[in-house]
Design a protein around this ligand. Sequence first.
Ligand code: DCP
Ligand code: MG
Length: 450
Amino acid sequence: MSGETLPGTPGADERRIVLHVDMDCFYASCERLRDPELADEPLVVGMGYDADETHGAVATASYEAREFGVESAQPISTALELLPRRDEERLDDGDADAGYYRPVDLEFYEEIADRVREVLHDCADVVREVSIDEAYLDVTGRTSWQTVDGDSRTLAEGFARHVRERIDREVGVPASVGVAPNMSTAKVASDHDKPDGLVVVEPGEVQQFLAPLPVESVHGVGPVTARELGELGIETAGDLAAADPTELRNRFGERGRELYDRARGYDDREVTPTGRPKSLSRESAFVEATDETDAKREKVRALAADVAERARRRGAMYRTIGVKVVTPPFDVNTRARSLSGPVDDPDLVESVALDLLAEFADDEVRKLGVRVSKLSFAAEEQASLDGWEGSKPAQTSEGNASRSDDAAEVTETTGDLRQWLDADEHDDAAAADSGPGRQRNGQASLGEFE
Ligand code: DCP
Ligand code: MG
């Protein structure tokens, strides 16, 4: 097969096996997980949408709803014209041309995404998470491009099927998987046969797989670039692969060359692991603000248990434990306590969090959060820990606390919501794969929390 590679193609390592996993209509699949009645139904999940209202935008639509022309980023009002809202009070099933509408519940989707990530990390040594529902896996060391005697399918295909089935069995949401010798082709492959797709592009087949696809399929070509390429008579990936690279570079700069390479199936980027999280947190709102001590303590206990459990699953120890208390109207208070050394101790997370909450015993509270930070990982040496926090000192409220480590306990007081949110980012500058503006658009970020 490798004979099909054009002479002169740069020598990327064709033995690599890269999987790209992208969940199908992810938010809608999560909604279906907790409400099986939504299975196989047209379902729209709206950002900024409230039940029975018409405002907001479509975050995603189930494939059944897409049949009606509903798509991501559309105003809900437009979606409602294409697919009226079903009257869920009605007992009969008579509303064939109507759909279900649900508001975004990012916290729940993050939980599901977390469980998917666990499966992925179990299936590969290197996982690069690029958005809430998308990741690259390098599985070169776990399988091979060989075929089984008497069968044309590769072992890599069987491995990818196993990954997809594990996600379905262990989490209950559908994924599409692309398999290829490089990242950009794997990405195109996962998108090629959605939903529930499994597309394998073997080394040597890359160019013939890509060539007939519309140029928008090339990873990195958006609608604007596609239009400009169209003006040059470049309609397909094959056209792009056959274009003059110098002309492309003159027109599009360095990016032109990159797109040219991708269209030819040449992409030697390594799958690099996503940075470690800098902190782990969870927050939860009350339906109505409350000043009841028991309700507040109970929520903090649940959040503390959840956060400690997640840290344990990730093999993370923490040196700072914090709470966030949002009081009406929208005042954000954060308190944190630094310990003299790293711990993995769920009981301590609970007791410190409850202790920090005590200051707000008399206050009405809308929302509570618990966070552990200044993480260290089992495999990491103590020496690297300091460099870790030190690399971005201004970013977290613990940037200050870390300078006070000699003290056994330091209670931090900050009132800036952004500090809390920023602190939940991964230590990772390059999560650029999910497209321009996506993480700013109110989408879930790659980090552990919204
Ligand atoms: N999302 C969003 N706003 C957008 C696009 C996406 O809020 N404009 C959210 C909802 C999606 C999730 O991000 O469920 C993942 O994005 P994808 O682009 O992967 O879309 P889906 O997973 O929904 O559908 P597909 O099956 O096409 O992957
Ligand atoms: Mg998806």
